[in-house]
Design a protein around this ligand. Structure first.
Ligand SMILES: *Cc1c(COP(=O)(O)O)cnc(C)c1O
Length: 480
């Protein structure tokens, strides 16, 4: 054995101890850590770009990494990172994620590890949590992008099946043109269309409702009536990233009776609202979808990367993803035969953090996070609406505040970008830009388990301090 490996084998306990100390330091400072570290801190030193001939061992290397680069890490797992849709990691999920790397199981088959059984049990518990019926099966993938990819891939196979074509064997070309209909498909689904050979131009944008990002059902019906016989997938939203708008699932289901299509629901974060009795109505009817996407690393507060794809068409899924080889087990239709159901071959034991988190906090723990985030988002929205210099671009539907600056001098987009730059520099909250109804806007998405009322107060103060005409008075106020 190489001398460094030998040394590290002996030092294993110290290495783990030191790592635990680093983790503890990081977590203790998480609330104070800037959400957007300065660009200089995000630069790698030249010598760290070069492969070493002689390694330095784990302890020295870890220490060196921490000393040089800890300042370049964002507090994105903390309570005031409202950019994109960014979750953190609850203590149980984080601890389990450590163990996942430690125990290093290859979670593809069920013969030599308990991993697949735990994954299956996690999926079953999620179905209970989110009120999904028994005929759904699911598996863990790396993110909602991959869950959308899997859902659309199974949909593509179904479109073929309806026409006596096996797309998995014959290729997507055998199907001829396909149309993908959506009002506000997430960009990751558009990427999936490219990866699946369907093509980005297959996406036909259906108009949204006058007062919401939800799909206009009448417009969809007109489009379906005008394109008879064209293989169709409808990409529905359960929570758009701008305003958390939900499509009208009962109306989509009624349309599906008359115009057969595959219904995929991107519920990356919005689907988690199903765990709250106050919000389940938003998802009414989604149980009848053909495939569903849920992220675990957003509102379920599991560390990256983790998501779940659900479908009620297991055998079609296996047609797409089966993996034949003389050295692998033959595909058998089982919901836990992950080797034959997911894009990956070897797989991380991704289910464990969510399984542990669900056991640690239960259904009511998840509900509390969701309801607290929604309450705080509404509070932030109301405060911004009442605040000079800000307005809401849309009502706060759920956990996302979509707002804009008012009374800006000059170009609205430039002012918006400057505002976000100042927020980043201030380091107290992170928001990300968007466009809503053609207007430059700003999004604050609340999905972190640690966010409390004090964070909303700090957020408002930072926003007010970073407004274009008040920013000159902006100092680096230390966080309390
Ligand atoms: C975040 C998000 C995605 C992409 O998810 P990743 O986990 O980043 O791959 C897709 N759809 C929606 C609605 C999202 O919010």
């Amino acid at each position: 054995m190489h001398s460094r490996l030998q040394q590290d084998l002996e030092d294993f306990p110290q290495i783990l101890d030191y790592t635990r100390q680093l983790a503890q330091t990081f977590l203790a400072g998480l609330e104070q850590r800037p959400v957007c570290p300065p660009a200089v801190e995000q630069q790698l030193q030249p010598e760290d770009k070069i492969l070493l001939e002689e390694g330095r061992g784990a302890l020295a290397t870890l220490e060196n990494f921490w000393q040089r680069y800890a300042a370049g890490l964002s507090g994105s797992a903390g309570p005031r990172y409202f950019g994109f849709v960014t979750g953190g990691g609850t203590p149980a999920a984080l601890a389990a994620d450590w163990l996942v790397s430690t125990i290093d199981q290859n979670s593809l088959l069920s013969h030599d590890t308990i991993a697949a059984a735990i994954e299956l049990a996690t999926i079953e518990q999620l179905k209970t949590l989110l009120h999904l019926p028994a005929d759904f099966s699911g598996s863990f993938v790396s993110g909602a992008t991959m869950a959308n990819f899997v859902g659309i891939a199974i949909g593509r196979q179904w479109l073929g099946q309806q026409r006596g074509i096996d797309v998995a064997q014959q290729g997507v070309g055998a199907l001829g043109p396909i149309q993908i209909l959506s009002a506000n498909a997430h960009s990751s689904s558009v990427k999936a269309l490219s990866m699946l050979g369907i093509g980005r131009t297959a996406l036909k944008n259906i108009t949204q409702q006058a007062d919401s990002e939800a799909l206009n059902i009448t417009a969809l019906e007109q489009h379906l009536a005008a394109t008879p016989g064209i293989p169709t997938i409808v990409l529905a939203s359960a929570g758009t990233v701008n305003t958390a708008a939900f499509d009208d699932f009962p109306s989509l289901l009624a349309l599906r009776e008359r115009y057969p299509f595959w219904l995929h629901v991107d519920a990356a974060f919005g689907g988690v609202a199903a765990c709250s009795p106050r919000h389940t109505h938003l998802l009414q009817g989604w149980q009848q979808a053909d495939s569903i996407t849920i992220d675990a690393h957003k509102w379920m507060n599991v560390p990256y990367d983790s998501a779940i794809q659900f479908t009620r068409h297991l055998s079609l899924q296996m047609q797409v993803f089966q993996n034949h080889s003389s050295y692998l087990e033959a595909p058998i239709l089982r919901p836990d035969n992950y080797l034959h159901l997911t894009p990956e071959n070897s797989r991380r034991f991704r289910a464990l953090p969510l399984w542990i988190a669900l056991k640690a906090y239960g259904r009511s723990g998840m509900q509390e996070i969701v309801e607290r985030n929604i309450r705080l988002a509404r509070q932030l929205g109301a405060a911004l609406a009442a605040s000079e210099g800000f307005c809401l671009l849309a009502p706060v539907n759920l956990n996302i505040v979509c707002f804009a600056l008012t009374d800006v001098k000059g170009d609205a987009e430039t002012a918006r970008d400057r505002f976000i730059e100042r927020l980043d520099h201030h380091g107290v909250i992170r928001c990300t830009p968007t466009y809503y109804n053609g207007q430059p806007g700003i999004r604050a998405a609340l999905v972190n388990w640690m966010t409390e009322e004090k964070d909303i107060i700090l957020a408002l103060r930072s926003m007010q301090a970073c407004r274009p005409d008040t920013s000159s008075s902006l100092g680096k106020t230390p966080l309390k």
